[in-house]
Design a protein around this ligand. Sequence first.
Ligand SMILES: CSC[C@@H](O)[C@@H](O)C(=O)COP(=O)(O)O
Length: 361
Amino acid sequence: MSIETQASADWLQSVRWNSLEDRLDLLDQRLLPGEIVYLELTTSEQVWDAIKQLAVRGAPAIGISAAYGVYLGVRALSGSREALLAEVLRQCDYLATSRPTAVNLFWALDRMRALAEALLGGASTGDVTVEAAKQALLDEARAIQAEDEETCRLIGEHALGLFEDGMGVLTHCNAGGLATARYGTATAPMYLAKEKGMNLKVFADETRPVLQGARLTAFELQQAGVDVTLICDNMAGAVMAKGWVQAVIVGTDRVAANGDVANKIGTYSVAVLAKAHGIPFYVACPMSTIDLTTPTGGDIPIEERHEDEITQGFGKRTAPVGVKVFNPAFDVTPNEYVTAIITEKGVIRAPYEENLKKLFE
Ligand SMILES: CSC[C@@H](O)[C@@H](O)C(=O)COP(=O)(O)O
């Protein structure tokens, strides 16, 4: 573990491949905003734990980390091509058990699996050595990370077209640079607006119970000089009623084929409030978050997390011992509340079933 006062890039990278040490350095997001600490990971078990315990979180960042985890899980292997392929598949299955909702995790692992099968499987030419295949797996993880940065920038450019100078924009949870390779999804237009000298007034919901909005979104936007105001989740309606919010933009962990959207718990309430106030509700995500194999939001697996997050979050007990607790990490916003979905390919509107399908044609 290394403690740093400054990140090496001019923005805070959540996922860093350290080629000198052949290891994954992950910013421990549980410690933000107080401490900037990078976990130094050398095994796939450590990556699994970091994902499970939310040291790394946010759909794209989880996928990128898991891809590196596959490489870490096989890099010491020196047996046959068949043994390497079997181990890659085993590592992919294992890492897929870390968290259930963000489809980017399964998407990234599918990419690693497909590459291994192409290089080492029955239909391959048979001339790729075990060492070369391992290098190719690392290169693929690096490519997934590099593509995500470009993807988020494109999302930002498309989303910025929906905003005007001086607008109030509310966001929930952290769909920021910390949740991706860079820029974030929902925050990408905020960073680009800043670059272009346009002023957006951002309201960040604190996001109970793990406070990704307070600890992460408020932190990274403040660091970037974006005009950000932190509010508690139960203040969103009051802020909208005052006329301070002209758009809501959030990220997502999975978009179903019909346009229903799973995102951090509380997103659904924000969408209902937005509709009641006539405020557009936008969802920003890479294409890798759209899952046409999941028909509706009701089919998306919703993670339930430990009751301690609610009864004694951050160490202090705030509820009676033994009280019943329900702690879903995500909720589903039905498609009728979604004004548009913004991907790297552009802005998609209803009818979602038809238009999402077209996007992949
Ligand atoms: C660009 S990240 C989009 C989502 O992953 C984000 O909004 C979110 O809900 C993250 O939840 P988390 O539990 O912190 O992983």
